[in-house]
Design a protein. Structure first.
Length: 470
């Protein structure tokens, strides 16, 4: 029997799509799913000469070339640990396990340590692009032992998307680095989607743009510096007619959005690390608030706000919103990459931020021409601490921040919720400001808790005996 190059456990949408992608690229793929009916359905609906089905773990593992390469495409959390436990008696020293799900990076670090002690190499592989990306070419972020990467590199880089003839896949770093980068990718995705939603609110409720006009506008924006997967599909969404009722589909979709947790993880890690990613946190919070439909309905008449004045020059208003969206987008990516910089130093991962930006340029949800500029910024200065300090992005912010201020002011005056845009503005102002009020906070902490304070004119920690007025 012909031995397979790699095996995939979990043949639901993503696993099946990756398996077929690998098979298309000439790799013999063994497929196994806990539910036999899923495996049978894949074979029936997607027959491929390079995809071999197996119905027991024992036969599946026996069909693999050594060192065995097994990719897990299953639900993150306890199911991953359970399958690892089932596989361990069947594997040998030097075999390689890859987790292609959205596992929490600390789980990946734990599993990597445990399996290393048993002689098994473990890779946490971030994969972005959804079903279509997995099938035709995703962005791939593998993290694990650098010495073991050559054993999986040909497969992963062959199936990845390409940008400027380069695969959107590169070795990220040890243990949990790949899954960490994927987590931050998803956090940036949250912020990017929220910003586009806020631009829609401003254009619709302040500018009076129809769905047809919005479709045309976003399509036009997708030809310039905002060109991206998300802006492109936004234009398509506003063109879509409802297949279940009269009118446009967007107007019949409930104003409530779910989330799977990666945005929350990014926010929680940022607080633990002490890095400001307030836009990602705001975007995750906005989804939470969107789910409070009943409460929002009760509170609808709680406050009176200014009536929306008619926009006199819709073309100028649209350009203002475009500039605001672009400026805020820069801030969102600056926050995300600052978090990556801190994690690189904290966990000794030596992340190449330019390469990370480069592999985001195609295949993934945040793919955008804009990432070419980020790649170039980190190529100019690999130690760049924040994108806003790069000359290109500093000039873009200087040219567009007034539009962001005006857009945010329009939302504030008229009561439109713009959490991501307003957080972008607050971040910008705090980032560049010599005064944040923290000196008063130091004084307050020392006053009520003797926590001490630092001085501007000498080093050290100081405590003052404050006089309390009765």
């Amino acid at each position: 029997m012909k031995l397979c190059d790699i095996g995939i456990i979990g043949l639901s949408v993503m696993g099946r799509s990756l398996a077929l992608n690998m098979a298309d690229h000439g790799f013999c793929v063994a497929g196994y799913n806990r539910s036999r009916s899923v495996t049978e359905a894949v074979v029936l609906e997607h027959p491929h000469p390079n995809l071999m089905p197996f119905y027991t773990l024992e036969s599946f593992v026996s069909a693999l070339k050594r060192p065995r390469r097994v990719m897990l495409m299953i639900q993150a959390g306890a199911p991953v640990d359970a399958v690892i436990d089932q596989l361990l008696p069947l594997l040998a020293t030097g075999d390689i396990l890859l987790d292609g799900g959205n596992s929490f990076f600390e789980d990946t670090r734990r599993r990597s340590r445990m399996l290393s002690e048993k002689g098994i190499q473990y890779f946490g592989v971030g994969i972005s692009g959804g079903e279509e990306g997995a099938r035709r070419g995703p962005s791939i972020m593998p993290g694990g032992d650098a010495d073991a990467y050559p054993a999986v590199q040909p497969i992963l880089e062959s199936i990845a998307a390409t940008a400027e003839q380069m695969p959107c896949c590169a070795y990220i770093g040890p243990d949990g680095a790949g899954h960490y980068v994927k987590m931050v990718h998803n956090g940036i995705e949250y912020a990017d989607m929220q910003l586009i939603a806020e631009s829609y609110l401003l254009l619709k409720y302040c500018g009076g743009f129809s769905n047809a006009a919005l479709a045309e506008l976003y399509a036009d924006w997708n030809q310039g510096e905002l060109k991206s997967f998300l802006v492109g599909i936004t234009a398509d969404i506003f063109r879509e007619r409802d297949d279940l009722a009269d009118g446009d589909l967007i107007d019949h979709i409930l104003d409530s959005a779910a989330q799977k947790g990666t945005g929350r993880w990014t926010s929680m890690e940022s607080l633990r690390q002490g890095v400001d990613v307030s836009m990602i946190t705001a975007a995750a919070g906005a989804r939470v608030m969107s789910n409070a439909l009943e409460t929002r309905e009760k509170a609808a008449g709680l406050l009176e706000v200014d009536a929306v004045p008619p926009v006199q020059d819709r073309k100028a208003f649209a350009e203002q919103i475009r500039r605001a969206l672009y400026a805020a987008k820069i801030v969102a990516y600056a926050q995300g990459f600052s978090l990556l910089r801190d994690a690189s130093e904290r966990y000794h991962w030596s992340l190449d931020l330019g390469t990370i930006a480069a592999i985001f340029r195609a295949g993934c949800i945040i793919q955008a021409d804009f990432l070419n500029d980020i790649t170039a910024a980190f190529r100019r200065d690999p130690l760049l601490g924040n994108l806003l300090l790069d000359r290109f992005f500093h000039e873009k912010i200087a040219a567009n921040h007034q539009s962001l201020r005006s857009a945010a002011a329009s939302g504030i005056r008229t009561g439109l919720p713009l959490p991501a845009m307003t957080n972008a503005l607050s971040y910008l102002d705090a980032f560049r400001s010599p005064h944040t009020g923290a000196n008063l906070i130091q004084a307050q902490r020392d006053f009520f808790g003797s926590h001490t304070y630092e001085r501007t004119d000498r080093t050290g920690a100081f405590h003052h005996e404050w006089r309390k007025t009765e």
